[in-house]
Ligand binder design. Sequence first.
Ligand SMILES: Cc1cc2nc3c(=O)[nH]c(=O)nc-3n(C[C@H](O)[C@H](O)[C@H](O)COP(=O)(O)O)c2cc1C
Length: 148
Amino acid sequence: MLRCALMSPSAKRTCPWEFIVVRDETKLRALSGCKTYGSKMFDTAMAGIVIALDPTLCDNTWMADGAIAAEHILLAAAEQGIGACWCHIYEREESEAMVKELCAIPADKVVLCAIALGYPDEEHRNYELDQLKYEKIHNETYNSHNSR
Ligand SMILES: Cc1cc2nc3c(=O)[nH]c(=O)nc-3n(C[C@H](O)[C@H](O)[C@H](O)COP(=O)(O)O)c2cc1C
């Protein structure tokens, strides 16, 4: 999973990310309280990966680079039968301050998200192929819709 993260693409291969692996139970439970909503998966998560980035390493692509790395982790986890969920931190000032303190992340880094990892206790509702929003796909111009 972490190898996948380290191999994910970034603009000009700046690799602006740092991955903080959290296994300590006290820290994981603290992550659960980093937001009032949307962080409760850390109540039972077995591990977490906090993604912090250095925005000075690239002009304006750090967030895309971090998001792609996060997605690499999510896909690698799924392939290994591990449940993973993105907990959004960026621009949640209090949450970011809390996560930074918890993981001793330097002030000049930006925390994008924390990925919770564990064994899922529920089945995720997958998309149905025939119910995808095919109208989101356009042919050549925005106002021309794709026919299936
Ligand atoms: C950018 C982004 C931010 C997200 N933030 C949160 C979050 O803070 N808390 C949470 O429980 N899930 C969060 N998620 C997970 C989504 O809510 C959703 O569970 C995930 O996309 C999988 O569900 P789906 O297959 O129905 O899209 C986030 C996902 C993305 C892509």
